[in-house]
Design a binder for this molecule. Structure first.
Ligand code: PLP
Length: 414
């Protein structure tokens, strides 16, 4: 039996190289990208841990030798689904495996049994484009879009709640916006939605794997994410949570074998033409899975379990606060939290929103500081014209100190 054959989902593909007291500091040694400098860009994309890469290598080895069946590979889908469910306080039966946020949002929106005169509530100015266009298209179904203004990218929770009425079917927001990085009060919106039996749909890609979630406690009805950011996996693999109470009320638009309830897991089996939908969230799954993504997600979610969700969040928020201090010390006003909000997220931005776009800014100091940070090896981004950082458990105060020093030198030279 080869080494490859002996490994199973969740197994440690690599031995731990060192045992330290703090699991976060031990785990961070497995990210090769961190040897190059501070990585403050998980809001753009994940970096791979050695164990995650080993998971993908294992998949590739098995594909190369051809000695694993599809069912063998799919144990990693099942395992990663269960890990995501455990991380977010729900059951695996409420989690569908898909590709990304767009997949999840569209799957839910088009599964609603819309009636002429229904409405949907969203604040498009605060959303990523992938949680914007699906809503514009709803008009084709005779749905009224209640687009709530979000000045400065800030959700107006009161106005969103006030817009809900007896014909509202769905309300949506990002858990944390990609820029300026505001953290929505999900529990508050969720409670208001629940009181009116409105489906609360969350674009959760910026918080998943970084900030603690408990979907039932937050009254979230549906949550879409990919694994390509804080979940520390690959692009093209993601999860869609749909609360049990909604599953039977939603009729998927796309249908293929995984969505159909049969007594076999044989993918080529056909049951009665009077088919039955899966009783669980698998009714939203379409065709074959991104199996490389499943191997990666199983390993990355195991890593996050080991790190501990509360420790991860605490570390990410602590370093984010240090970054805000570094910006303030250089006289650059960080965007913190909207007035009245109790929490600032792990995404840290500075500069005027929409003074530029993806990767460029019209604000001269943003361009200058961004260039200096890049020279110093600090990975960061510019989004909606703002300077942007984000943190995860692998970041430390030392990363914020590097940023502080770069800013001090820039100030000194200016
Ligand atoms: C808030 C938010 N939603 C969605 C996406 C991407 O969507 P998808 O996973 O469909 O590519 C991003 C990517 O940056 C994002 O920040």
């Amino acid at each position: 039996m080869s080494v490859v054959d002996q490994r199973s989902p969740g197994a440690d593909p690599l031995p731990l190289s060192s045992i330290a007291h703090n699991p976060l500091d031990r785990l961070r040694t497995g990210f090769p990208a961190l040897t190059r400098g501070p990585y403050l860009s998980v809001c753009d994309k994940a970096i791979l841990h050695d164990r995650v890469r080993a998971g993908v290598d294992l998949f590739l080895d098995r594909m190369a030798t051809g000695d694993s069946t599809r069912v063998d590979h799919e144990t990693y889908v099942t395992a990663s689904r269960a890990r995501f469910a455990a991380l977010t306080g729900v059951t695996p039966q409420e989690v569908a495996v898909g590709r990304n946020v767009s997949d999840g949002i569209n799957a839910v929106l088009w599964a609603i049994d819309w009636r002429e005169g229904d409405n949907a509530v969203v604040a498009l100015d605060a959303e990523h484009p992938n949680n914007l266009y699906p809503w514009l298209r709803l008009k084709k179904r005779g749905v009224t879009l209640r687009n709530i203004p979000a000045p400065g990218g800030c959700l107006d929770h009161d106005a969103m709640i006030a817009a809900l009425d007896d014909r509202t079917r769905v309300v949506s927001c990002a858990s944390v916006s990609f820029a300026p990085g505001y953290w929505a009060d999900l529990g508050r919106l969720g409670r208001a939605a629940r009181a009116r039996d409105v489906l609360f749909l969350v674009d959760g890609v910026q918080s998943a794997g970084i900030l603690c979630h408990d979907f039932p406690a937050e009254h979230i009805d549906a949550f879409a994410t990919s694994t390509s950011k804080g979940l520390l996996g690959l692009y093209g693999y993601g999860f869609l949570y749909v609360a049990a109470r909604w599953i039977d009320r939603l009729e998927p638009t796309y249908l293929s074998r995984p969505a159909i309830a049969l007594d076999t897991d044989d993918a080529s089996a056909t049951g009665s033409y009077a088919y039955r939908l899966q009783p669980d969230a698998r009714r939203f799954e379409v065709g074959s899975y991104n199996l490389a993504g499943a191997y990666a997600a199983d390993a990355s979610l195991a890593l996050l379990e080991e790190a501990g969700a509360e420790r991860v969040e605490a570390r990410a928020l602590h370093v984010a606060a240090a970054l805000r201090e570094a910006l303030s010390a250089a006289g650059l006003d960080p965007v913190s939290r909207p007035e009245g909000a109790s929490r600032a997220a792990h995404i840290v931005t500075a500069g005027r929103l929409d003074a530029g776009g993806h990767g460029f800014s019209d604000t001269p100091w943003v361009r200058a500081v961004s260039a200096r940070l890049s020279e110093a090896g600090v990975v960061h981004t510019v989004r909606r014209g703002q300077l942007r950082f984000a943190t995860h458990f692998f970041n430390t105060e030392a990363d914020a100190a590097v940023v502080r020093d770069v800013l001090r030198d820039w100030r000194g030279a200016a």
